[in-house]
Design a protein around this ligand. Sequence first.
Ligand code: SF4
Length: 247
Amino acid sequence: MLREVERHFDLSELTQQQQLLADLGSIDFLKAVLSQSGPFGRVAAVSSFGAESAVLLHQVAAVAPQTPVIFIDTQFHFDETLAYRDELVTQLALQDVRSYSIDPLSQKRLDPARMLHLTNADRCCHARKVDVLTRALRDFDGWISGQKRFQSSGRAGINRVDWDDERNKWKFNPLADWHSDDLEAYRIEHGLPHHPLRQFGYSSVGCAPCTSPIAADEDPRAGRWRGTQKLECGLHRNPNIIAASVA
Ligand code: SF4
């Protein structure tokens, strides 16, 4: 049985690691983060297998295909997302993809009719994503996210090395400074498939009831929770508390 990891925030250590890793390309960055002998301990990748997931997963697989990859199965994913997950797992030969979902007791208590997303999306996301991720990461010291700064104004302040202050773990965003053109060039160069819904105007793919296609001039995440004030599911608390961070 693995221990539950307990880490404590250390601003000087965070700043030091941000500086050390600042100039590394994403592959070398991942090598440093995933190094067995490095300072970060056990690190998992977290992926929604969404519209922009393939590049990060390809790089993780290239560096360390045995890296645990956590998939939060909200039980509201598009069938296309589940098929895409299976396709990428096979193509990239990812060795340790782990699916986590809301536990049956919480489901019964919080969302017995599976309608919570219609009345309180924040609570639904918390139960089906945030709490589930916290449980999935219990045995890890840090996690890798595919967030990019260009995706939304709320993500513009993320750092490549961050601190997840809610879970007290490292958080890494190797592609923070990538743009959509970079992702597309990499995808083509490495023969990575598009998410099947991209062709229908879905530039960001989350749960089926809460995701819609976007127009050409919209923010990439405009199709998420359309018509509401909600912008994020709550997995990512960015920008974080680190006032002295160096991007
Ligand atoms: S995106 Fe929608 S369905 Fe998915 S967890 Fe959040 S509120 Fe629930």
